[in-house]
Design a protein around this ligand. Structure first.
Ligand SMILES: Nc1ncnc2c1ncn2[C@@H]1O[C@H](COP(=O)(O)OP(=O)(O)OP(=O)(O)O)[C@@H](O)[C@H]1O
Ligand SMILES: [Mg+2]
Length: 412
């Protein structure tokens, strides 16, 4: 198995090492425009035009994602188009054009657990040249006193943009686990807060102004008051506008398949392809029936369902993805000078076992952990310098480990 360095956060190499030059993350180039906004000089009609170099086409982004994410062709397509559209829009507005009727193409990604929803966005983030923030919807509450306040997402964008409000106003916010905000008609507890969080997100998703300093942040309030006094007036804008911020949200929406089935009158989905077929037909009404607010769902016009991963997909995840778990194991053993070689029949067996877990690619971790636990414990103190992962080893790890250690185990 080639030990490919890659640009993915899960991989071995430094972040951009494996990204071909052609597909390097775009940058909003430093320009006089940027310097002007940073130093607080108000933008004028004569402000120099920013250089925004983004040469990627949707197919380039999809090709890049192919290196890490197996399958999910439709989701890759939708995401690539949404990202390119966003970049083109950023360029258009940064060039000084007004786009008063622009409608954001916020994206909703759904599908079973462990099939690559978060992984897709995490991989795409490597390519994103605009500020990018990721958070789980579960960490927010309606008031922001217990748990976070959704406005913090926007303030985080400013931090990611190094304090550059203009840049942050064109960033991307990724909110995972949004299905946990569903209320499902239950009146009490977390659900009330879930609805409140959805309501708070509405203004951000469309066109809102968020104060740069949180009203709950007493120190920040004091600091900004003091710097305003010192400077004789505000040098930074006090709010950040969310009109151009792209939102990508995702969630497993477990149980939504049954809602779609009831509406469509299709037979119960017993197999993975049947579930995929149903999920692909998700409508606004289904998502509302699931417990999301119509206004919230209405602001997520682009929807795409990720498909389940069968044993063949899981084999490909192990064998082909640059973020494959096997690199993690290779690294772990290599740290003790042990070469661990994964054979195709071993990978196939791992994939077959993982498929029965029904947790998508997460099942691979569960199975690998079980298979390799004792290997990881015992081999580092043995004289074993090399071993192969075959179907036989995966099926009977204890037997193979004993065989491997016979005569080679040192004391300890
Ligand atoms: N299609 C895929 N190709 C390659 N690796 C994958 C794929 N799907 C999942 N993985 C691996 O499994 C891990 C878990 O996947 P991910 O976090 O994307 O799940 P998810 O779809 O977001 O599930 P959940 O709804 O439970 O959050 C990823 O970190 C990645 O290593
Ligand atoms: Mg996820």
């Amino acid at each position: 198995m080639p030990n490919l360095p890659s640009g993915h956060p899960d991989s071995l190499g430094p972040v951009a090492a494996g990204v071909p030059k052609r597909i390097r993350a775009p940058r909003i180039a430093k320009s006089k425009f940027e310097a002007a906004t940073k130093s607080g000089v108000a933008e004028t009609a004569a402000a120099p035009k920013p250089e925004f170099s983004f040469a990627l086409k949707p197919a380039d982004i999809a090709r890049y994602l192919n290196r890490f994410v197996i399958g999910q062709r439709e989701a890759k397509k939708v995401l690539s188009v949404a990202l390119c559209d966003h970049f083109q829009h950023v360029r258009f507005t940064l060039e000084g054009n007004a786009a008063p009727f622009y409608q954001k193409q916020n994206v909703l990604l759904l599908g079973p657990t462990g099939v690559g929803k978060t992984h897709l966005i995490r991989s795409a983030a490597e390519l994103i040249g605009v500020p990018f923030v990721k958070a789980d919807a579960t960490k927010f509450s309606e008031t922001g006193y217990v748990g976070g306040d959704v406005d913090d997402l926007v303030r985080d964008l400013v931090r990611r943009a190094g304090g550059d409000v203009k840049k942050a106003e064109h960033g991307i916010i990724y909110l995972d686990e949004v299905d946990k905000l569903a209320t499902r008609g239950e009146p009490a507890g977390r659900d009330v807060s879930g609805r409140g969080v959805q309501t708070n997100l509405l203004k951000l998703m469309e066109d809102g102004d968020v104060p740069l300093v949180s009203p709950n942040d007493v120190t920040g309030q004091l600091q900004s008051a003091m710097s305003a006094m010192r400077g004789g007036g505000a040098t930074q804008p006090e709010t950040i506008n969310t009109r151009h911020i792209l939102f990508i949200v995702s969630g497993a929406f477990s149980g939504i398949t049954e809602i779609i089935r009831q509406r469509t009158g299709l037979p119960a989905a017993k197999s993975k392809p049947a579930v995929d077929l149903l999920n692909a037909q998700v409508t606004t009404a289904d998502l509302i029936a699931y417990g999301l607010e119509p206004e919230f769902i209405g602001r997520l016009p682009v929807r795409v369902a990720c498909h389940g991963l069968d044993a063949d997909d899981l084999f490909a995840v192990l064998r082909r993805s640059e973020s494959s778990l096997i690199h993690q194991y290779e690294r772990a053993f290599a740290a003790y000078g042990i070469a661990c070689e994964f054979k195709d029949d071993g990978l196939r067996q791992l994939a077959d076992l993982a498929a029965t877990e029904n947790t998508g690619a997460r099942g691979l971790m569960t199975i690998c952990e079980r298979v390799f636990r004792d290997f990881k414990f015992k081999l580092p103190s043995s004289r074993v310098k090399k071993f192969s992962v075959t179907a036989r080893l995966v099926n009977a790890p204890a037997v193979e480990l004993r065989r491997l250690l016979a005569g080679t185990l040192t004391a300890g």
